[in-house]
Ligand binder design. Structure first.
Ligand code: GLU
Length: 320
């Protein structure tokens, strides 16, 4: 691929302050693209408007800038979030893609419980989510009409084929899933009308010309279904690069609850170069956590050197 055409993205969900795990994935996304002179898009993934806000998004953008991670498209426009790059403002695009898939006869209403429907909200799998058994696919038109008449509002699922979709991840190598068996029919639109992450992310990556996706390893299991959606919608799937997760000392994935490792706390005590150095050391790009800028790291960035295993985010003794 010609370096000019490389286009990566940051796709933060602004549901709280960025933590070191988010910063870790963002740094690697930036290095992946900037080390070859490519472009970066910044898209705000605020489909869940109950958890996300413009204020939180502005804070995420400020944290990225503080880290020295810049982008070329999206983010702010005249001081406001650019709505062309904000998922909560892109419903029309998702609607069109949904209609295209519906025209292929692949979508059906699902009247299963709310708990199941809410799974549309977040990427899943390794957290123990079950594969949907497809029971609503078997409902007759009369049964569907009856449930709708009772006031049940369906979510909308896509029927997955008995097909293996594989990829070669640039960090983790080969990965494959049989969509019907390992993933099952998944939700494209929730019963409250909100389009699911799986659809939005594919539509947006296609529309924005993204051809490199660097993100946390928790999303590896969503990737075969996203590749399949790309193909159904007539797009070329991007190259995926999944990065290890940062874990808290109890072995659980770093989350918003780990206040001590959020950028508010960290940036009040450390410089951006110290934080970037720490993240690069965890990533395997430095032999010790010394201050460095993202631009300095870009000079000799290579995926070969990036860690494959999850990392316990233990702060060096002089950081505490
Ligand atoms: N919005 C997701 C997050 O903040 C990332 C989704 C993606 O990279 O595909 O974790």
């Amino acid at each position: 691929m010609d370096n000019q055409t490389v286009c990566g993205r940051f796709a933060p969900t602004p549901s709280g302050r960025m933590h070191l795990g988010n910063a870790f994935a963002a740094l690697l996304a930036w290095l992946d693209v900037r080390s070859v002179g490519g472009r970066l898009v910044l898209r705000i993934e605020d489909l869940d408007t109950s958890r996300c806000s413009a204020e939180k998004a502005a804070q995420v953008l400020a944290d990225m800038r503080w880290l020295g991670l810049d982008w070329d498209e999206g983010g702010l426009l005249n001081g406001e979030l650019n709505s062309d790059y904000r998922q909560s403002r892109r419903t029309g695009h998702y609607q069109q893609a949904f209609a295209k898939l519906a025209a292929k006869g692949l979508i059906y209403p699902c009247f299963c419980s709310r708990a199941e429907r809410m799974a549309a909200n977040a990427p899943h799998r390794e957290d123990g989510a079950v594969v949907y058994d497809g029971r609503c696919r078997k409902l007759s038109a009369e049964e569907q009409a009856g449930l709708a008449a009772e006031g049940c509002k369906p979510a909308w699922r896509i029927q997955t084929p008995d097909e293996v979709i594989s990829l070669t991840d640039c960090n983790l190598g080969y990965f494959a899933q049989n969509l019907a068996a390992d993933c099952g029919d998944f939700i494209l639109r929730r019963s409250d009308g909100v389009f699911a992450y799986q659809l939005a992310v594919v539509v947006d990556d296609m529309a924005m010309g993204v051809n490199r996706v660097v993100r946390g390893k928790d999303l590896l299991t969503s990737t075969p279904q996203q590749i399949w959606l790309h193909r159904l919608l007539g797009g070329d799937p991007p190259q995926y690069c999944h990065v290890p997760l940062l874990l808290a000392e109890d072995g659980k994935r770093l989350a918003k609850r780990d206040k001590a490792l959020d950028l508010g706390e960290i940036s009040s005590r450390h410089t951006a170069a110290e934080v970037v150095g720490l993240l690069a050391w965890w990533a395997g790009l430095l032999t010790e956590p010394v201050p460095i800028t993202a631009a300095e790291l870009a000079a000799d960035f290579e995926w070969r050197r990036v860690a494959k295993q999850d990392i316990v985010a233990k702060l060096p003794a002089n950081w505490l």
